[in-house]
Write a protein that binds this ligand. Structure first.
Ligand SMILES: Cc1cc2nc3c(=O)[nH]c(=O)nc-3n(C[C@H](O)[C@H](O)[C@H](O)COP(=O)(O)O)c2cc1C
Length: 366
């Protein structure tokens, strides 16, 4: 049976066995930005999930660029060493390749972990000053950010470059810039959060300038063989916000600055916006970006079944799919998808006997 989901794809010099990617997922469990045994277990588990690529959670390029006190960072030698320990392990024991999402949380930084409320940090919990394109809070009760100066923009760009260099030393296969979900680079793009009147605000070209500059600076700092991409916002889902037209324009700009792929997500620009709840709600935007920007695309958001995922790739709507919650629920989702679609998937030798060739029970489960 012809299978699209389980066909290989190459991004820059990186060969992926299939089109299934585990989406970045914050674990809010790091110690001053350093990964620990939780990440060892979590990423070790996903390394043998059947996905060809696992993207490590949103990782702050500077300490104050983290969302919470528990978020990972790549701003210190200690962060780098801790992440290298985990990634070396996951690569040694698993079948997947690994990428890291690097970002700056902007006006959504200095927040509580979700299970502590997910709101802004209060005085006893060591909150910090946040930055944003304009001094407009994310929502009622949130910290009022300081409008970033040009010095901040230069410092953050350099921090992205330094974090990407650390990612290269760790041995990641890909680097992904976080340009979605209301964090700093997305908030510069969106007219909802960006009311600047300098060359980083106003026209679409001006609002896209900072993220495109970051993409160019990171591209220049990492090997051409390493795949570089961005997770962007397909829509702000609010009147006056970013639209799929803007996503196409941004993707063209990022491609021009050296991106190898674009991952289409959406939402999160302000506390009172809500994402659609339909299956595959970003797929039609990814289809437009793929066609009009002419770049490899990945999309995410309520993709849940093997048949749905196969259809998206087979119909040319996206080149890859990315999934988050389905992999937390079923860390062998890729194995079960292979069974359902009668495809081959890599497993570690220790677990080969769970595959359909050596265990008839596997097929009965599917
Ligand atoms: C626990 C959790 C943590 C997340 N952390 C991140 C993150 O670090 N970076 C990011 O871009 N998206 C993050 N997301 C969003 C997911 O990557 C994904 O876009 C979203 O959950 C929709 O996909 P799904 O329907 O497959 O879960 C997170 C989602 C979950 C459930």
């Amino acid at each position: 049976m012809t299978n699209h989901l389980f066909s290989p794809i190459k991004l820059a010099g990186v060969e992926l066995d299939n089109r299934i990617v585990v989406a970045p997922m914050c674990q809010y469990s790091a110690d001053d930005g350093c990964m620990n045994d939780w990440h060892m277990t979590h990423l070790g588990m996903l390394a043998n999930s059947g996905a060809s690529l696992v993207i490590v959670e949103a990782t702050g390029v500077e300490r104050h660029g983290r969302i919470t006190h528990g978020c990972t960072g790549l701003y210190s030698d200690a962060n780098e060493a801790a992440m290298k320990r985990v990634i070396d392990h996951a690569r040694r024991i698993g079948t997947a390749k690994f990428g890291v999402q690097i970002g700056h949380a902007g006006r959504k930084a200095s927040a509580q972990r979700p299970w502590e409320g997910g709101g802004p940090l209060k005085a006893p919990d060591d909150p910090w000053e946040t930055i944003a394109p304009s001094a407009i809070p994310f929502g009622a009760g949130w910290h009022t950010p300081r409008a970033a100066t040009e010095q901040d923009i230069v410092r953050v760009t350099e921090a992205f470059v330094a974090a990407a260099r650390r990612a290269v030393r760790i041995g990641f296969d890909t680097v992904e810039l976080h340009l979605a979900h209301g964090y700093l680079l997305h908030s510069f793009c969106s007219p909802v959060a960006n009311k600047r009147t300098d060359r980083y605000g106003g026209s679409l070209e001006n609002r896209l300038r900072f993220p495109v500059e970051v993409m160019g600076a990171v591209r220049a700092a990492i090997p051409a063989t390493m795949a570089l991409g961005a997770r962007i916002t397909g829509s702000d889902w609010v009147d006056g916000g970013l639209t799929p037209d803007d996503a196409v324009a941004l993707s063209k700009g990022l491609k021009g600055a050296g991106a190898d792929y674009i991952d289409i997500s959406s939402g999160g620009i302000a506390a009172d916006t809500r994402n659609p709840t339909a299956l595959g709600y970003n797929v039609s935007i990814a289809e437009r970006v793929k066609r009009e920007a002419g770049i490899a695309t990945r999309t995410v958001g309520l993709i849940v079944s093997p048949k749905q995922a196969e259809g998206i790739v087979a119909e040319g709507k996206a080149d890859m799919i990315s999934m988050a919650r389905a992999f937390l629920d079923d860390p062998h989702w890729g194995w079960h998808a292979a069974l359902a679609l009668e495809a081959e998937v890599k497993r570690p030798p220790q677990y080969l006997r769970a595959g359909p060739k050596l265990w008839p029970g596997a097929a009965m489960r599917g």
